[in-house]
Design a binder for this molecule. Structure first.
Ligand code: NAD
Length: 496
């Protein structure tokens, strides 16, 4: 079986554009819509239902009804497993279509969407399905006069608010554990990338999820997102997005019903290369892909390259060479490694940061420009700055684009100090051939994920999330289930 002709497949694709509430596709009550744009050429793909408070309220009522009825929440874990396994299989069966929706709507290369996003998303659902009927509760060591049961119960109605950079995968990191644990979920995709989420809801229904257990409200952040944050009958919000909006969700919670909030926010990952790194070729390739993969629109992108002064010049040349092989191109071309930025707004934001970097005194070593303007799409070349100081804006603020800031250090102590001098703490990486340097550095880096002699390698068995203003709570691994369950202590007196 060869690769499909992606352009032809794209032209035949059926695009769903309604919200999915209570098991049905519905327009927004207000009749309002917003444009889903293809960032590869700036054209409108679909007019999507723009939900507001009224639609969100319908979705919450439906989710609550399903939860109270027990059609999902009180099914046995083994029964939930079967439905979710079917859901994962359907995602794989419709993998080409899901990959196309992702690429068309947010500009990532189709080869990545097909080989990374779709299989990782399906695997996430399958993994939690497999896990959920193998987790036991606890009996407390009370002594003979009582039985102390410590049990986990689904938290209730969960709102999942996700970003546009990995629309399917971020949704599945929330849906997998939340649904497996028995909750009802309302997913709000980002307004830049709603199309794959809508199709996901349809596949979930086909797999046998009862009505109301999984709703999708499409809409803008300030309307649909805010309405979920402020709703009095949402029990938990699980959010991935910017630190700024993460803080808003904390406020919404305080202003409403004190719903639980879990936040996966921004990052400014330090990618450290010590002078004794034995494989500089591999490290340089990792440094380039670490910032340019997914157009740099990755929360844990290695956006700060920290290199020891002893090796900096030669190393940076290698990184730039690799970067030059990643010329932006049509995301539907199977050979493209770097696609389009998600939107004009995001492209302009990144170009503005490139400008700021120059004005702050950093040296632009390669890239720096918009390209392929004639397509109408939003493309930026891989961009590398040298001579960056950690107090510059391009070293402190999240750019979320293909822009690398190179900072030089002298020795491990200084590297660790610079790495930790940030408001973020999502991830960090270190390359060294010295086991003691590797372990002591890994321990001292204030970040939720640390990679030693690799960058961004992981799988579903490892938790993911941040320290500091990168948020709190963890996606992935069995730890994620804690976010979607209440802990109940039942003390039973034994009369004898
Ligand atoms: P964003 O914060 O603007 O939007 C994220 C979600 O929040 C979207 O669904 C959006 O509609 C909603 N939203 C926006 N404004 C809102 C408001 N006022 N009230 C309620 N909801 C609102 O982020 P983005 O631009 O979509 O994504 C980029 C950000 O996401 C980056 O900062 C990136 O680091 C972060 N991110 C983090 C992770 C992680 O796991 N830590 C993963 C991917 C992306």
């Amino acid at each position: 079986m060869g690769m499909p002709n992606w352009r032809e497949a794209a032209s035949k694709l059926k695009l769903r554009s309604n919200a999915f509430i209570d098991g049905k596709f519905v327009e927004a009550i207000s009749g309002q819509v917003f444009d889903a744009i293809n960032p590869a050429n700036g054209t409108t793909l679909a007019k999507v239902a723009s939900c507001d408070m009224a639609d969100v309220d319908l979705a919450v009522r439906s989710a609550r009804r399903a939860f109270e009825a027990g059609v999902w929440s009180r099914r046995s874990p083994a029964e939930r497993k079967t439905v979710l396994q079917r859901f994962a299989e359907l995602m794989l069966k419709h993998g080409d279509e899901l990959a196309l929706l992702e690429t068309l709507n947010m500009g990532k290369p189709i080869s990545d969407a097909r080989s990374v996003d779709v299989p990782a998303s399906a695997n996430t659902i399958a993994w939690y399905a497999e896990a959920i009927d193998k987790i036991y509760d606890e009996i407390a060591p009370t002594g003979s006069g009582a039985l102390g049961m410590i049990t986990r119960e689904p938290v209730g109605v969960v709102a999942a608010v996700v970003p546009w950079n990995f629309p399917l995968l971020m949704a599945c990191w929330k849906l997998g554990p939340a649904l497996a644990a028995g909750n009802s979920v309302i997913l709000k995709p980002a307004e830049q990338s709603p199309l794959s989420a809508i199709r996901l809801a349809e596949l979930a229904m086909e797999a046998g999820l009862p009505e109301g257990v999984f709703n999708v409200v499409t809409g803008l952040g300030e309307t649909a997102g805010k309405a979920l944050g402020l709703h009095m009958d949402v029990d938990a919000v699980t959010f991935t997005g910017s630190t700024e909006v993460g803080k808003l969700f904390m406020t919404y919670s305080g202003q409403s019903n004190l719903k639980r909030v879990a936040l996966e926010c921004g990052g400014k990952t330090p990618h450290i290369v010590m002078a004794d790194c034995g494989n500089l070729e591999e490290a340089a390739t990792a440094a380039a892909f670490g910032i340019f993969f997914n157009q740099g629109e990755v929360c844990n992108a290695g956006s700060r390259l920290l290199v020891d002064a002893k090796i900096k010049d030669g190393f940076l040349e290698k990184v730039i060479e690799v970067g030059k092989t990643l010329t932006p191109g049509d995301p539907l071309d199977a050979d493209t490694k770097l696609g389009a930025m998600v939107s004009k707004v995001q492209m302009d934001r990144v170009l503005d940061y490139i400008d700021v970097g120059g004005r702050e005194g950093a040296t632009l070593k390669s890239g720096g420009k918009r390209v392929l303007d004639e397509t109408g799409g939003y493309y930026i070349e891989p961009t590398v700055f040298d001579g960056v100081y950690n107090n510059m804006r391009i070293a402190q603020e999240e750019i979320f684009g293909p822009v690398l800031a190179t900072i030089t250090f002298n020795g491990a102590e200084e590297a660790i100090a610079i790495a930790n001098d940030t408001i973020f703490g999502l991830a960090a990486a270190v390359w060294t051939d010295n086991i003691d340097v590797a372990l002591s550095t890994a321990r001292r880096l204030r970040a939720g994920s640390v990679w030693v002699n690799n960058f961004d390698e992981s799988n579903i068995t490892m938790p993911f999330g941040g320290y500091k203003q990168s948020g709190f709570g963890r996606d992935k691994s069995l730890h994620a289930i804690e976010k979607y369950t209440e802990l109940k202590a039942t003390w039973i007196k034994i009369r004898s």
